[in-house]
Design a protein around this ligand. Structure first.
Ligand SMILES: Cc1cc2nc3c(=O)[nH]c(=O)nc-3n(C[C@H](O)[C@H](O)[C@H](O)COP(=O)(O)OP(=O)(O)OC[C@H]3O[C@@H](n4cnc5c(N)ncnc54)[C@H](O)[C@@H]3O)c2cc1C
Length: 375
């Protein structure tokens, strides 16, 4: 009888693992992919998609069904829904579907790939919402960016720098003011590329405000116009037309018993094989693990490792250690023309960052996630 592999989350990790297993097992395995969003979302390019007229929604979001339909119909099932609870002892997970029903799925292997979300519900950075919600968030953000006079981006990590850079590239020479709020005194917590990124932002007329840790924000409608009031840790308030927070990712792990989670970070604990200790047949990859940090290339490596290990176990063999990337790569696109980056501690020139990342934001990789060649 076919073994059932339930994969929770249809993004970089989940879809990769689904392809890898379906390519190798068309009769002895049934893959059930459960995802809140019916589409695969290339969120790496979301930082550019908030600028009107540059990236089309259909380049960013592709139906998961179009990725899976190349496999025999009996070898997979796609459920658009949300994992609400799990029982690792009974080997079941309960899912509420987008059609409004509840389903309890039994598994032989379970992959936790539900990633992470932004604390703010109002930004289109992740596929944490349904397809329609992501599409309308993207379109609303573009409209607001288009009509704004002031835009404030908060969080001076790679995402915040990229968002500010895209806005600076498009609007830096217009009457829009673009400000990036940085909690500390250096971008990216003082990473060696912080200075280069700050220089690039300056060239695009983005103002960086240091020592500006956001404690809260509030939306207000005055004279029919929406405003955002941001409060900083030092008590200062900033009023702006558009506020785009980028800091802090929250793991989507609420459906998992606390004993399997890191007490502070709420990420899933895994061993060196990316198994969840104490939970037979349960594996995890990607942002839900967030080890060593969130990143789609790190996720790719982990997804390949988990898929390989499930394949080995299905064949009655021992799993192997999941290796990380051989080098630590940090590439930050700063607008559509330049960037800042490093490989380990070696800085990468701006034009190489542009060539390797900023030119397309890796949109050319989307077809590989759909046709399965990524796996
Ligand atoms: C704006 C932005 C830009 C980025 N740019 C880069 C970059 O340039 N380079 C880089 O390396 N990394 C980048 N990252 C990080 C990268 O996006 C993540 O590492 C990657 O998304 C992790 O993929 P994942 O599959 O683990 O999870 P996610 O992409 O978070 O996807 C999780 C999936 O699970 C689904 N889901 C959530 N909860 C449930 C549930 N309860 N039940 C069922 N399904 C659920 C979601 O709908 C989603 O489909 C960026 C992140 C952001 C926010």
């Amino acid at each position: 009888m076919a073994k059932t592999v339930v994969i929770l989350g249809g993004s970089y990790a989940g879809l990769h693992i689904a392809h890898a297993l379906l390519k190798k097992h068309d009769k002895d395995v049934k893959v059930i992919l459960v995802s809140k969003n019916s589409h695969f979302f290339w969120n790496v390019a979301a930082v550019r998609a908030i600028v009107p007229g540059i990236v089309k929604d259909e380049q960013l979001l592709v139906p998961l069904e179009s990725a899976l339909k190349r496999y025999p119909a009996e070898s997979y099932e796609l459920i658009i829904g949300s994992a609400e609870s799990s029982d690792f002892a009974a080997k079941t997970v309960t899912v509420s579907t987008s059609a409004g029903s509840s389903q309890t799925l039994s598994y032989d292997h379970l992959v936790l790939a539900t990633g992470s979300r932004c604390p703010s519900e109002d930004v289109p950075w992740k596929a944490s919402h349904s397809y329609q919600e992501v599409i309308s968030l993207l379109s609303r953000t573009r409209e607001r960016v288009s009509s704004a006079t002031n835009i404030v981006v908060a969080g001076a990590g790679p995402t915040g720098i990229e968002v500010a850079g895209e806005l600076g590239y498009e609007f830096g020479k217009t009457n829009k003011s673009i400000t990036l709020l940085c909690a500390g005194d250096k971008l990216m917590d003082g990473d060696i590329i912080a200075g280069a990124a700050a220089n690039e932002l300056r060239k695009l007329n983005v103002t960086v405000k240091y020592g500006a840790r956001v404690t809260s924000s509030q939306q207000k409608t005055a004279d029919g116009k929406q405003e955002e009031i941001i409060t900083l840790a030092n008590g200062e308030t900033i009023t702006t037309d558009v506020y785009l927070p980028t800091m802090g990712l929250v793991p989507n792990s609420e459906y998992i018993d606390a004993q399997y989670l890191d007490a502070q970070r709420r990420t899933v604990n895994v061993d060196d094989y990316f198994r969840v200790p104490g939970a037979e047949g349960v594996w995890a990859a990607g942002d839900i693990v967030c080890k060593p940090r969130a990143g789609f290339m790190i996720t790719q490596k982990q997804a390949a490792g988990v898929a390989k290990n499930i394949d080995l176990v299905l064949k009655g063999k021992e799993p192997t250690l999941v290796k990380g990337l051989p080098v630590d790569v940090m590439m930050c696109a700063v607008g559509r023309g330049r960037g800042a980056g490093r490989v380990n501690s070696i800085k990468v020139p701006s034009f190489l960052v542009w060539m390797g990342k900023g030119r397309t934001l890796a949109l050319q990789m989307v077809p590989g996630y759909i046709d399965g060649s990524v796996a």
